[in-house]
Design a protein around this ligand. Structure first.
Ligand SMILES: Nc1nc2c(ncn2[C@@H]2O[C@H](COP(=O)(O)OP(=O)(O)OP(=O)(O)O)[C@@H](O)[C@H]2O)c(=O)[nH]1
Ligand SMILES: [Mg+2]
Length: 300
């Protein structure tokens, strides 16, 4: 008897959801940075455990949205939870029960009605064990979690126990993907995300939140390599200058880092071409949202 089901990973921005998804899948499917609001849409990664196929759904962090994009991201995250068989709430061990976590617990009163919710206290490598016991008690007094796990998504501690528990919780049924598939996301989007990760790591302050990357063209070449053309949309002329950098240094470094990661991911040579376009209104442009995998209407 096989099992298959969806497990949504939810939590505040930066909780480590994407890091956990990548560890569960065993490959880098979702981008990770030290900055908040890195993930913008739902990203599916597939993991096998015994006879169970667990489809992990990484979601954007839950926060109080201000802009249209923020609202669409938060809606995508709650939508991921509402569609899942099991929900895992990630919190950061060293930050404890923040206001943001309290707000998520309020949201869970509804979402939790139709499905089990597990708590994963992440980043346990950053705290003493006494802190963990107190936090576990506090969180379980606030919400009836089906189970509590203490993990380090980055180091791997406790992750196998979570995986084995989830494998038993998802419903019986045939697998949803071929056994060797690890992601359900168009390649052009994975490629755009890789470039956005490298940009986010290099750019400061608000700029990462005011740009988006799209793959415009993907050409398979006869020699087995791929030519990938991407556009970086920014909202101001000044931002274009910053993304390009002095003598084009920044964009060159970003392009090199993204290309190297793509080469490795695809297992073949990639020629990556990046172009920067100024689009003052891209944050209110429906087409940009569908390219990101978001629903424009959710941001209204
Ligand atoms: N020390 C420590 N750091 C971690 C752990 N897990 C994740 N991180 C770090 O936390 C930061 C955020 O990780 P992400 O996986 O991008 O977090 P996220 O929840 O997906 O964030 P958003 O996409 O912004 O919602 C990164 O710098 C990770 O390296 C952990 O177990 N221990
Ligand atoms: Mg993320």
């Amino acid at each position: 008897m096989t099992r298959a089901g969806f497990v949504a990973l939810i939590g505040e921005p930066n909780a480590g959801k994407s890091t956990l998804l990548n560890r569960m899948v065993g490959a880098k499917v979702s981008i990770v940075t030290h900055k908040v609001q890195t993930t913008r849409a739902r990203i599916r990664g597939v993991a096998m455990q015994d006879d169970s196929q667990i489809v992990f759904v990484d979601t954007p962090g839950l926060f109080q949205p201000r802009r249209r994009l923020d609202r669409a991201m938060v809606a995508a995250a709650w939508g991921g939870a509402a569609d899942a068989d099991v929900v895992v709430l990630l919190i950061e061990a060293h930050r404890g029960v923040t206001e943001g976590v309290e707000r998520i617990l309020e949201g869970l009163t509804d979402i939790g009605k139709g499905r089990k919710v597990a708590l994963a206290i992440n980043k346990i490598d950053r705290v003493q064990s006494e802190v963990l016991l107190a936090l576990t008690k506090d969180m379980n007094e606030r919400y009836t979690f089906a189970e509590t796990f203490m993990i380090s998504a980055e180091k791997g501690h406790g992750v196998q126990a979570l995986r084995e528990w989830l494998a038993k919780e998802i419903p019986e049924g045939p697998w949803l993907y071929p056994e060797d598939q690890i992601a359900d996301l168009p390649m052009r989007m994975i490629a755009a995300e890789m470039t956005r990760e490298k940009l986010t790591l290099r750019l400061h302050q608000e700029l990462p939140y005011q740009m988006t990357v799209e793959t415009e063209n993907w050409e398979e070449r006869k020699d087995g390599s791929a030519r990938i053309d991407q556009v970086i949309y920014v909202i101001r002329d000044g931002h274009k200058g910053i993304v390009l950098g002095h003598k084009g240094e920044t964009i060159k470094a970003v392009s090199k880092a993204a290309r190297e990661e793509l080469n490795e991911f695809l297992g073949r040579k990639v020629h990556l071409f990046l172009q920067v376009k100024v689009r003052p209104n891209w944050l209110d442009d429906a087409e940009r949202y569908s390219e990101m995998g978001l629903d424009f209407k959710d941001g209204a």
